[in-house]
Design a protein around this ligand. Structure first.
Ligand SMILES: [Zn+2]
Length: 162
């Protein structure tokens, strides 16, 4: 790192700590030439992961965009921010593990839907309506119905009384 004061490139790291859920690191450094102390932030970046969109265009994967879509779907829902953070973290990790250089936007969408399905039903349907571009209201209602037919935990108990 170049010293902001004397421009020397000789420095020593005196402290390192993770930030942003371990996807970044903060380093405290001291210049070996003038002893000036400064801080650097390093972010791990996957510049090589490309998203292939519906129309065939490519764009670099954007974690913030993924996060924004999930947060928007959960607006005014009783969800914990840390659950959303964890969902984003898990999706990013899955993408990094399972896809080499490119991933279809529909695969990301499917992963988001799988996560939202566990977190909040309303958020799931909201996201699905944007992501799947429902052609008509009927299609949308089908999705909601499918959701209602999810096996309920207490169905076994009901069986005992019928
Ligand atoms: Zn210096």
């Amino acid at each position: 790192m170049r010293c902001p004061k004397c421009k020397s490139i000789e420095d020593r790291v005196i402290d390192s700590r993770p930030v942003n859920h371990c996807s970044g690191i903060r380093r405290r450094r001291v210049c070996l030439n003038c002893e000036y102390r400064f801080t650097t932030y390093e972010q791990i970046e996957r510049a090589d992961l490309l998203v292939i969109k519906r129309d065939g265009r490519h764009e670099p994967f954007d974690r913030h965009k993924l996060n924004a879509g999930i947060v928007r779907a959960c607006e005014k829902r009783p969800v914990k921010l840390e659950d959303l953070d964890r969902a984003v973290e898990e999706i990013v990790q899955e993408l990094e593990t399972n896809y080499g250089r490119e991933v279809h936007s529909r695969e990301i969408g499917a992963k988001v839907m799988a996560k939202l399905h566990q977190i909040d039903d309303v958020a799931y349907v909201r996201y699905a309506s944007v992501y799947r571009h429902f052609q008509d209201v009927g299609e949308f209602i089908e999705e909601v119905k499918a959701l209602e037919q999810k096996p309920k935990v207490d169905s076994l108990q009901q069986d005992l009384f019928t």
